[in-house]
Ligand binder design. Structure first.
Ligand SMILES: Cc1cc2nc3c(=O)[nH]c(=O)nc-3n(C[C@H](O)[C@H](O)[C@H](O)COP(=O)(O)OP(=O)(O)OC[C@H]3O[C@@H](n4cnc5c(N)ncnc54)[C@H](O)[C@@H]3O)c2cc1C
Length: 288
């Protein structure tokens, strides 16, 4: 750690320049709740740390005027929780971020760090994928926008190009009677890694579901969107048959590991159960 340089630029251009110039030897620091643990354990030894928390765009919470939100990639869950309008519109995305760790961790952990760390069990990512949230990234070749669903590439890997930094997350305006929810299964009550995570985003017209997106975490090498589950829910009243069809689609989308937290059969079964519970919460919120 002693040879690591630290830079805290005030502009994105400076951050991208330094990050790209380090040619893979640098790491971005947001909350540091993954990065510092990885450095402490010797898993990564960056030559340069680029702290992005002094860059206004990465720490801003903006309402776009049409009902959407732009959330800086380094905004912590604790800060975001103070934005009552965001919590009202996107309770599932907020609960995904604020399930992370403990109160201390939630004061640091960001959507950007959770996504870019590349864990298949990242708790905020299923709700972002279910919400069809887009992420703006900036690198040496300029800016581009990606669907969050297209960022994870496998455990510890992303599809960001060398030198690219996640800048902000764009939450689209919500049609009336839309909401979301995130649930995870862990063996303990908190401070554990998801055995399965499920994000559901719904629009309701009375008792009928008119739009749905379902995403699962911790059941495959990346968080997965489950279009067959979306299709099973849309047009239904979320009756038992529709929920069972969506649960079956979730089970079919599972390709999990077998480890001490859960066997393949257990994770697959839990994915279906979580879908039903998460959809019920999202529907209740959407109808309110
Ligand atoms: C005690 C403890 C409990 C935890 N519990 C959970 C949990 O329950 N659920 C869960 O999902 N995670 C958990 N984590 C992991 C961690 O807290 C989260 O993944 C968190 O969201 C990481 O965010 P951060 O801002 O701290 O990221 P950092 O640690 O700052 O960064 C994480 C990685 O992403 C990169 N990065 C960060 N920001 C950007 C950016 N803007 N652009 C490009 N790359 C970037 C960094 O270089 C690094 O490789 C836990 C960690 C600890 C220490």
């Amino acid at each position: 750690m002693t040879d690591t340089q630290y830079l805290a630029p005030a502009t994105l251009d400076e951050a991208v320049g330094a990050y790209a110039a380090a040619d893979g030897a640098a790491r971005i620091l947001a909350g540091g709740t993954d990065l510092l643990v990885q450095m402490q354990s010797g898993f990564v030894k960056p030559g340069l740390i680029v702290d992005v928390k002094r860059i206004p765009e990465l720490t801003a919470i903006e309402e776009t005027g049409d009902g959407g939100f732009v959330i800086g990639a380094a905004v912590s869950g604790a800060t975001l929780e103070k934005s009552t309008n965001f919590g009202r519109s996107w309770p599932g995305a907020l609960e995904g971020l604020n399930l992370i760790g403990s109160t201390q961790i939630q004061g640091r952990a960001s959507f950007g760090g959770n996504l870019c760390n590349g864990s298949p069990a990242a708790d905020s990512v299923p709700a972002l994928v279910a919400g069809d949230v887009k992420v703006t990234v900036q690198g040496p070749d300029g800016r581009r926008e990606l669907a969050v669903a297209d960022v994870p590439a496998g455990p510890g890997k992303t599809n960001l190009k060398p030198g690219e930094i996640a800048v902000s997350f764009h939450f689209p305006p919500r049609p009336p009677h839309s909401s979301d929810a995130y649930l995870r299964m862990i063996p303990r009550t908190e401070m554990d890694i998801a055995v399965v995570g499920c994000g559901v985003n719904l629009t309701m017209d009375g008792d009928t579901c008119t739009a749905a997106r379902v995403a699962l975490g911790a059941v495959a090498p990346t968080v997965v969107h489950v279009p067959d589950a979306d299709a099973a829910l849309v047009g239904s009243t979320l009756d038992d048959d529709a929920l069972e069809a969506a649960a079956e689609a979730c089970r079919a989308a599972c390709n999990p590991i077998d480890d001490k937290r859960g066997t393949i059969a257990y994770r697959t079964s839990v994915a279906g159960t979580l879908l039903k519970r998460t959809a019920a919460i999202a529907a209740e919120r959407a109808k309110a």
